[in-house]
Write a protein that binds this ligand. Structure first.
Ligand SMILES: [Zn+2]
Length: 383
């Protein structure tokens, strides 16, 4: 690639984020944003004991005389599993566990969910997305030519968990997101050029109208205003991220989860679901040149979990074998009830830019995120 650049501190490069720039001190913009705005205040989760105790007290108070004091959306992924463990074993909370089954759950993910819930003796509610809707929406997304193909599953995850909390009068949702593993989000470039927002209902409705084989019947949409304003300020439901208030060490956590619950960690983040595994290990890298491991591993490097050399070593091997990639290709085509040739046709179509489609105006939210980041309230580097 012409003018290829890789950051000397993390492993972000211009292949995965063509908008990346190296600043005067030789580090990329993300590394500098992390150091200036996130690192000092976060301090690797140390020194937040008082903040954590205050948060736990609020959660417990909100749950007084109720069966549950919080809701945990459990994907089966590493971080949501860890937050469940901490909530019950260390913090004395009484969570209701909520899992959204998109139809793409992989057997290991299901096994991990059932094992920890059984061992902890917590109530697990599983809600399955209408499979006809899921198929139609997912097929519509493949037909767009865009990169943001995880929206049907992600949108349902956030909306169903949040709606469930509202319907059941649970005031706190514990989220496993954290700085250690997610200091760097997906490059904003991906969404701004070949995508659209996960909670942009104007965009989603346009895609469904143009490409879905049938209108969706039971799949409910949310939007950014509903999530950021209606949910916390009208319904009083707060989404909190307590893993940022404690130290986080991946290897220690992995051992704890394995020893206590028989939890088996996945070789890569988001590999508990067939569709995210397929998109992140196969489709995005082969069709767009986007390797999600670059920002995922960069997060681990800048937060001191692994060395840059180890990240480069992991990147030198593909996420999955060619054979595993083709097997997933077949499974996804089967889910969509289309031939592999048809799916290959979407893979081979010219790249389509997101501005071919309608988008909602979210300038107020973007401004809000910017202000929150400058105030130190938004912890992740969104760039
Ligand atoms: Zn960097």
């Amino acid at each position: 690639m012409d003018n290829y650049i890789i950051c000397k501190t993390c492993v972000m490069d211009t292949k995965s984020d063509p908008s990346m720039v190296i600043e005067a001190n030789g580090k990329c913009e993300r590394c500098n944003m992390y150091e200036k705005t996130v690192a000092a205040d976060w301090n690797h989760g140390r020194g937040h004991e008082k903040e954590l105790q205050e948060l736990l007290a609020k959660i417990k108070k909100a749950g007084e005389s109720k069966k549950y004091d919080c809701l945990i959306g459990l994907s089966g992924g590493f971080d949501s599993t860890y937050v469940l463990h901490m909530a019950v074993k260390e913090w004395g909370l009484r969570p209701l566990v909520f899992h959204v089954d998109s139809g793409f759950d992989l057997p290991l993910g299901v096994q991990n969910i059932n094992t920890i819930c059984n061992k902890l003796g917590v109530d697990l509610k599983i809600a399955k997305i209408d499979q006809e809707d899921m198929r139609n929406f997912q097929l519509a997304m493949f037909r767009t030519g865009l990169a943001c193909l995880d929206i049907p599953q992600d949108h349902a995850f956030v909306n169903m968990v949040e709606q469930f909390a509202v319907d059941n009068n649970i005031k706190y949702i514990l989220n496993g997101e954290n700085i250690s593993t997610e200091a760097f989000t997906n490059p904003a470039y991906w969404d701004s050029v070949y995508g659209g927002g996960t909670t942009d209902d104007v965009f989603i409705k346009d895609i469904i109208k143009r490409f879905s084989p049938a209108p969706l019947k039971n799949y409910k949409l949310t939007n950014t205003y509903r999530r950021k304003l209606w949910l916390p300020y009208i319904k009083g439901v707060k989404v909190v991220k307590p893993l940022n208030l404690i130290p986080y060490d991946y290897e220690t956590i992995k051992k704890t989860l394995h020893d206590e619950y028989g939890y088996i960690a996945y070789p890569q983040k988001h590999f508990e679901s067939l569709i995210t595994k397929f998109l992140e290990a196969y489709w995005y890298s082969k069709r767009f040149g986007y390797d999600v491991r670059k920002h995922q591993l960069s997060s681990l490097v800048v937060t001191g979990q692994i060395t840059r050399e180890e990240a480069l070593q992991r990147l030198s091997k593909p996420s999955v074998t060619e054979e595993e990639g083709r097997e997933m290709f077949k499974q996804v085509a089967d889910f969509l009830r289309i031939s592999e040739d048809e799916l290959q046709g979407y893979f081979d179509m010219p790249l389509v830019k997101g501005d071919e489609y309608k988008h909602g105006s979210n300038w107020l939210i973007k401004l809000g995120v910017k202000i929150m980041f400058l105030l130190g309230k938004e912890k992740r580097v969104r760039k």
